[in-house]
Design a protein around this ligand. Sequence first.
Ligand code: 8X3
Length: 252
Amino acid sequence: MIAGKIAVVTGASSGIGAAAARALAGAGFELWLGARRLDRLREVGEPLGAHALELDVRDAGSVEAFASRLPAAVHLLVNNAGGALGLDRVEVARDEDWIGMWEANVLGVMRVTRALLPALRASGDGHVINLGSTAGFETYVGGAGYTGSKHALKALTRTLRQELVGEPIRVTEVAPGMVETEFSLVRFFGDEERAKSVYRGMQPLTAEDIADCIAWVATRPSHVNIDEIVVRPRDQATSTMVHRREPAKPQT
Ligand code: 8X3
């Protein structure tokens, strides 16, 4: 059981972020949560005794304001905020979708990490866990905006690991495959039918499955750096090779 250690989780109002908050609270961390939807964030945070602060990682000013309200020493940063927008082929890609994904998944992680590094350093035992994806090392039709951003996040994470080696700060990427959260609903702009069809006939991971990995990574002894974890449903071998007991509707 961890005691007296402080964890910050971004995008903690739902899905993997909220589940990670619950798992880390269970492990004994004191929590500071950030998300755009403050009402939902408070609902997640209240039973955990967590601090809930508004945070939009796509906005540099919001990141600065968030960081300025955190304690001077932070032991764990979980960069979870991010997601996918659309599944369009490159020939019809929409600038606003790509900008949204890259702002959240890449620039957002950079901004929050940059802002919190002094506090992570001040803890004397810091840890950055970035939520990557199997999309960080695979590609699929229509996925370039998202897979590109997660490839970039992998590069950022590996670079950070090199830049911090020798300091008491660990760096980890947790890379999930198919997890049923609001991920697909957001990707398909609220189209529930399309979002559901992503998981039709197969058993996806849950947010709790990933939170379990995050809590495990975060509770290894300080000298143990889990560099990367790839976790997929048993039914999924690659981004496109998925065993279904009933066929999915076409995604494009
Ligand atoms: C989510 C995995 O396959 O939808 O990060 O890109 S996938």
